[in-house]
Design a protein around this ligand. Structure first.
Ligand code: HEC
Ligand code: HEC
Length: 354
């Protein structure tokens, strides 16, 4: 917290307390000059003002609240929070840390999460006959805890991915379980529908998850890795390297191999030129048969399923400027258990389309 906001809090809390205390002391001390009849001499509509002491019960309550207030200064970081953290603590990541509203929120979120995980393990996993996944999940979260302090360790990431892959058979079990599907569907609507649509059929740039056409693969382990770590599509821009005529030739070839769904009159000379360009530049990712490579996230270019669009101008734009769709990672936001449920849900969607 900056010094300014720390001071702001101090003035509002301690400053207010001192001000009220000072006013109280001042009124207790001040003795107005009294007339002989013990009044102050003020008279309002015939009612005369005496100078009587404040009632005891009122004073007791007043001082009581001030002492109560002092208690708060001890318990909470109400005075320059950078200096005095208060003695109250909450539990975050298994450790007692000083109270702040952010720590309290985290603590409560983690407590909720523990309830969720308990329910996931004892009911959902157990009912689907997938209880053995619990041991893998424990190992996985251990490794992830290590990654927190050791971010750039590639070997650690490999071990993490290995554990994720081991979860695949249990994801398949969950995919066949109606209860797990229901939970997965809820999570999907909350987190994924924004991009992939509430029916998961996607839109331009956001893949349809209900068909059997995959950028990164549709087996349980591939889907798990996609959701867990996220993916970034890497289709380079070719305009500089191929020139506009090269871009057009390559596009013409893509139209041809995809079956020319829009019935364009194709320029066969360009198609031939495009074939040569393709073989030289594109097969590395899209494959020699242009059917795509899941290891690269490169789509199949021979079918009628388009991520960005299959009309001539869109294909040219794709090749000219490149594309880079971003699928965010979800592990840090949702945790391993929810990622499992989501992978199972996505898997069930495409299985029912088989
Ligand atoms: C911000 C938008 C966005 C959100 C939110 C999002 N995705 Fe994605 N997702 C994408 C994009 C874009 C791609 C394609 C990446 C690419 O072009 O390489 C993708 C790809 C995928 C794939 C791979 C599909 C394939 O063909 O291999 C899966 C599976 C997937 N998302 C599942 C999910 C799930 C489950 C969620 C919710 C937890 C989710 N996505 C949330 C944008 C999003
Ligand atoms: C480095 C790997 C790589 C190379 C090389 C590459 N591509 Fe791609 N291409 C991709 C990826 C990955 C995507 C998907 C991008 C995304 O998901 O954001 C893609 C997407 C496309 C699409 C869009 C398909 C759709 O469904 O909308 C077309 C068309 C395409 N590439 C054509 C080509 C052509 C033609 C070449 C050669 C000139 C080429 N690509 C070279 C990786 C590559």
């Amino acid at each position: 917290m900056s010094f300014f906001w720390g001071s702001w809090i101090t003035i509002l809390s301690l400053g207010c307390w001192l001000f009220i205390f000072a006013v109280l002391v001042w009124t207790l001390r001040s003795k107005p000059v009294l007339d002989e009849d013990e009044t102050t001499g003020h008279s309002y509509d015939g009612i005369r003002e005496f100078d009587k002491p404040l009632p005891k019960w009122w004073l007791v309550i007043f001082f009581g609240t001030m002492i109560w207030g002092l208690g708060y200064f001890v318990l909470f970081p109400a005075i320059q929070p950078n200096v005095w953290k208060g003695v109250t603590t909450v539990e975050v990541d298994g450790q007692q840390v000083p109270w702040t509203s952010a720590n309290e929120l985290n603590s409560q979120l983690q407590a909720n999460n523990r309830v969720f995980i308990e329910n996931f393990e004892q009911n959902i996993l157990a009912n689907a006959g997938a209880s053995e996944a619990t041991a893998i999940l424990a190992k996985l979260s251990d490794l992830q805890a290590q990654r927190k302090t050791n971010e750039k360790n590639e070997d650690l990431q490999k071990q993490i991915d290995e554990q994720i892959t081991l979860l695949a058979p249990y994801v398949d079990k969950l995919a066949a379980d109606p209860e797990a599907q229901k939970a997965g569907n809820r999570l999907f609507l909350q987190n994924c529908a924004l991009c992939h649509g509430s029916n998961a059929k996607g839109s331009v740039g956001y893949p349809n998850l209900t068909d059997n056409d995959w950028l990164y693969g549709g087996t349980a382990d591939q889907i798990l890795l996609t959701i867990h770590n996220g993916r970034v599509g890497a289709m380079a821009a070719w305009q500089k390297q191929l020139g506009e005529s090269g871009v057009r030739a390559a596009a013409e070839y893509v139209l041809k191999i995809s079956g020319n769904q829009n019935d364009y009159t194709l320029d066969e000379a360009k198609v031939a030129q495009g074939k040569a360009i393709f073989e030289q530049n594109c097969v590395l990712c899209h494959g020699a048969d242009a059917k795509g490579l899941t290891a690269m996230g490169a789509p199949n270019l021979t079918d009628d399923i388009w991520l960005f669009g299959g009309d001539r101008e869109t294909i040219r734009t794709t090749i000219r400027h490149g594309r880079s769709g971003v699928m965010p990672e979800w592990q840090s936001k949702l945790g391993n258990e929810r990622v499992m449920l989501l992978a199972a849900y996505v898997r069930s969607l495409s299985q029912s389309a088989e």
